[in-house]
Design a protein around this ligand. Sequence first.
Ligand SMILES: NC(=O)c1ccc[n+]([C@@H]2O[C@H](COP(=O)([O-])OP(=O)(O)OC[C@H]3O[C@@H](n4cnc5c(N)ncnc54)[C@H](OP(=O)(O)O)[C@@H]3O)[C@@H](O)[C@H]2O)c1
Length: 316
Amino acid sequence: MDNKQIAITRFGDEDVLAIQSNSIPEPGAGEVLVKVAFAGINPIDVKTRSGLGWAADQNKDKLPWVPGYDISGTVVRCGEEAVRFQVADQVAGFIGFPLKGGGYSQYISVPESELSYVPPSVTLEAAAVLPLAGQTAVQALNKAQVKEGDRVLILAGAGGVGHLAVQIAVAAKAEVYTTCSEENLDYLATLGAHAINYNFAPVSERLEDVDVLIDLVGGQTALDALKCLRDQATVVTVPTITAEMICEKAKLLGFHAMGMLVDPDPEQLDTMLYMVGVGLLKTEIQHVYPMNEVQEAHRQVATGHTRGKILLDMQC
Ligand SMILES: NC(=O)c1ccc[n+]([C@@H]2O[C@H](COP(=O)([O-])OP(=O)(O)OC[C@H]3O[C@@H](n4cnc5c(N)ncnc54)[C@H](OP(=O)(O)O)[C@@H]3O)[C@@H](O)[C@H]2O)c1
């Protein structure tokens, strides 16, 4: 049996994404072989495929490269010394980050330390939404030390990271404001946020006295949002490309400002899977594409206007 993977042999537009066939890998010591059901697509996959950013720079001599950091699926074989999981367990993980990737595969051997058990109450689709985006949301809110009663502004609440960050901040009893286009106003209101249409007017004309800014957009949009903050407020800016510029400006204005790079933490994924299982966290999936439509899936993520996540179905 073949292991189909989506690989790039050079950087470029969506057309460089091609299906290749390999043999199914054997799990090494401490690894399990996962039959991948769904692979999540993140903006970093699109950026790296285009040859932009540090992950592309580090991988340029290692092509062909299989993208993908988010997987959910079923354990089909256990390597020696793998003790946490058994065959038929359902698992999810934020794998191979930042350089190895590999998630756009039908089968992949993964160190079991990178995986979380998916409880029966959580679908494999929902599990594939959470790894990179969910851990980014949690880590950004943790860095900002969001607490009960804080007025928190989350730019881009409707995206992969944003829809989870909004819900986690609401669960922490923060007063949550978020920006989106008109199409997403009702959706974000149902998640418990005060939603602000960024096309109507800059957010700085609509909001003040904000304690924490979680920036998921960057650039001029983030600079404008700094005008909403109270003295001594905290800024966490997540897009890496403009982080330095935004932190510099924010610090000049007297704010506590920091960028971040998400760090895989399976325990955070365990917690989010539990929250989804008991109904405390809702995952949003705009569309699931069959793996042979990966080019279309990348085109959608590249629009920057996906609600929730885009997944690849790796078994059809
Ligand atoms: N540093 C790290 O470790 C790290 C980790 C994860 C992600 N990131 C970065 O963080 C950013 C967000 O990631 P993501 O996965 O959430 O992206 P995403 O899912 O592609 O975000 C799409 C969302 O952005 C919203 N949006 C677009 N322009 C906007 C604007 N001007 N104002 C408000 N909302 C806007 C869209 O809402 P509308 O359709 O309503 O416009 C859409 O729902 C990306 O730049 C990503 O590369 C960095």
